[in-house]
Write a new protein. Structure first.
Length: 673
């Protein structure tokens, strides 16, 4: 017993006085003085409250033992009972004074320990004068409660608990001398109290050790949380900062636009948007080189920031050579005045540009501006479209000028109306067609899917890019019939012939809002004999797809048909995370801009890795767009991506070319076999 007790005490000393202690699975050196002080500060308030509530509970229990005094030692109860009330009252009074004076937890715990020790002694001394020696011999066993109180009931530090329980132990040992009990009783009594002392002290040591470990775990969790927060803030700064100019990038500008737009809807606080484009920048970049081109953009960006800074405007890089300015302005004349000041300020930089097509010798900018106004069914993207149309008007007017959006001016002259008219006859006249871009699954190396892309030919034989005719088709409603035609054609040309396992088709928000869209898709699948599991609909993150119940209901109906949904261009808008939260996408396509930036920038690669981890943790498959060479393909493979798409894998082409390429590939594999 003695050697065992020695080992326990040595273990306790190692924990608090020196040596090693364990926390979890890792061994750490003994806590330095500074860490122990931090631990005391960390738990001070909790320990103060615990000490106060503990004593207020212990004193009434202590006073309840007046009943046992009357039963076991009635001849001295007239002394022990007042003694109990005296020591209990004084203890609570001292504790409350200390608590009101904001004394530290250690002082309050010392008061609790003293209350228990004195409560024991003040009761024990008069109790020894009883004539009921036999009754007291049984009653004395209750003294172990005092020992358990200082070790287990109160959260006392180990040293204080040992000292207190030791005094109680000694006081009861001394009480044995008064009555001269038999050796057997004294041995049993001593062994009982010794066991109580050792066991309760050991439990107290374990509890203190566990409290300290909990403190360490909490501190470690706080540190990890702080590091994660700081890293998240750094990633956020990286994701919203343009790496070349140091100003806000398009992502940040979209966030700012959303903030201004929300304030406009709630408070009618008008604002202006200006798009600033460097004239003939491609010519400048090609002639002077990319390094000089970057220097030109940085110079223009700094000058632009200086011009708008006095107005408290937000300025950012919105594209390659395009900048955006957002500011609180309610009148078009003020916005136009700022736009003209920007033109004059950039021209004053006198940056030589000898390759301009208009013969002007310096770098200039064109500026398009718009101001919010009351219109029916206003949407945020309308503001950008208006600024873009104003910018187009400035460029059409000879560049190096500013234009304010005019709602009565047709976009690009009569071009929009011409395309709208062509869209009405596009299907009957076979002016639209589909091209297919292959998607390669990296695990097998096979082309497992194709993306169907729509093309439109004009009456003069030229082509209209999708970025031009698709928005007009959406605005006029022609996208509904074009969409059904695209789904039917892709199913017939690819899936019903088993050319490929899966085909993905872009769907417009206008289509998803149509009440009969899901039913029409079901009819097309039945007509072509194609399973819905082989069709994927792509939703572009950048579009304003309102998260409405009817849209979600339509998507739910399409999923019942087996249709898979892919989120396209992830990272280019501000709605992607909302959609990831609301519905399960089978695949998320990460925009090519992240891959292209990651090849030449370590910080951009870290950002791409974080985006990949975010999507992978959500359980989606990942497809990265824009793979154009072996270097980019190797980088994508290092991330463990599911699939890739880009010119390096295959360009968009009609079905005939893809079929010939697949036949040639089969022949090569047969010959090699």
């Amino acid at each position: 017993m003695r050697s065992w007790l020695t080992r326990v005490m040595m273990s306790m000393r190692r924990l608090w006085g020196g040596g090693d202690f364990e926390q979890g699975d890792a061994r750490r050196s003994s806590p330095p003085t500074g860490l122990r002080a931090l631990y005391k500060d960390y738990s001070n308030e909790a320990r103060r409250a615990l000490a106060r509530s503990g004593l207020w509970l212990a004193v009434p229990v202590y006073l309840l033992f007046v009943v046992t005094d009357l039963i076991f030692i009635p001849d001295v109860s007239h002394v022990t009972i007042p003694a109990r009330f005296f020591i209990g009252g004084v203890s609570l009074l001292v504790l409350e004074i200390q608590f009101s004076l904001q004394r530290r937890a250690g002082e309050l715990e010392a008061t609790c320990a003293a209350a228990v020790v004195f409560g024991c002694i003040v009761w024990l001394v008069p109790a020894l004068g009883t004539f009921h020696a036999e009754a007291f011999s049984y009653y004395a066993a209750y003294g172990a409660i005092f020992m358990m109180g200082v070790n287990l009931f109160f959260s006392l530090e180990f040293g204080l608990a040992i000292a207190s329980s030791g005094l109680i132990f000694v006081s009861f040992l001394l009480s044995l001398i008064v009555f001269h009990y038999s050796p057997a009783y004294c041995l049993a009594f001593t062994t009982f109290y010794l066991c109580c002392f050792v066991f309760t002290s050991y439990v107290n040591w374990k509890l203190n050790k566990e409290r300290f470990n909990v403190f360490l775990n909490a501190r470690e969790a706080e540190l990890q949380q702080r590091q994660a927060t700081e890293r998240g803030e750094a990633l956020l700064r990286l994701s919203i900062t343009d790496s070349l100019t140091g100003m806000e990038n398009r992502r940040a500008a979209d966030i700012r636009l959303k903030q201004f737009w929300d304030r406009w809807r709630e408070e009618r606080a008008g604002f202006a948007v200006l798009l600033v484009d460097v004239d003939f920048f491609k010519k400048y970049n090609d002639y002077y080189g990319h390094q000089e081109g970057d220097h030109c953009l940085v110079t223009v960006a700094n000058a632009l920031a200086d011009i708008v800074a006095p107005l408290g405007a937000t300025v950012g890089r919105y594209g390659g050579e395009e900048f955006i300015v957002i500011l609180d302005v309610e009148h078009g004349a003020d916005a136009l005045g700022l736009a003209e000041a920007i033109c004059r300020g950039i021209e004053a930089l006198d940056i030589v540009h000898a390759q301009r097509l208009d013969g002007f010798p310096h770098v200039t900018v064109s500026v398009g501006a718009t101001v919010t106004r009351e219109i029916a069914s206003a949407k945020l993207e309308n503001v950008i479209n208006e600024a873009d149309r104003a910018l187009y008007s400035a460029k059409a007017s000879g560049r190096n000028c500013a234009r304010l959006f005019d709602p009565n001016e047709l976009p690009g002259g009569d071009a929009s109306e011409n395309i709208a008219a062509i869209l009405k006859i596009a299907l009957p006249q076979n002016l639209v067609s589909l091209v297919y871009q292959p998607i390669q699954y990296l695990e097998t190396g096979e082309i497992g899917a194709y993306e169907a892309l729509m093309r439109m030919q004009l009456l003069d034989g030229s082509s209209s890019p999708p970025s031009v005719f698709i928005p007009i088709a959406e605005r006029t409603g022609a996208i509904i019939d074009l969409g059904y035609w695209a789904i039917r054609t892709a199913c017939r040309e690819l899936l019903s012939r088993d050319v490929v396992e899966t085909v993905s088709i872009n769907v417009s928000p206008i289509q998803l809002r149509a009440p009969t869209f899901a039913a029409q898709v079901a009819a097309i699948l039945a007509e072509t004999g194609v399973s819905g599991h082989r069709v994927a609909f792509e939703i572009t993150e950048g579009v304003d797809l309102e998260i409405r119940p009817d849209v979600l209901s339509g998507i739910h109906d399409l999923k019942k048909l087996g249709i898979k949904f892919w989120l396209d261009d992830f990272g280019t808008g501000f709605a992607g995370l909302s959609w990831l939260r609301l519905m399960e996408f089978e695949t998320v396509k990460i925009d090519k801009s992240f891959l292209h930036d990651a090849v030449n920038s370590t910080s951009a690669r870290v950002l791409l890795e974080d985006i990949v981890d975010l999507v992978r943790n959500r359980g989606h498959k990942i497809l990265i767009e824009g793979v154009e060479d072996d270097e980019q393909l190797d980088l994508v493979k290092s991330f463990g991506i599911d699939a890739v798409q880009g010119y390096h894998i295959g360009r968009p082409a009609p079905l005939l070319k893809h079929s010939m390429a697949m036949i040639a590939g089969r022949r090569r594999r047969q010959l090699s076999a």
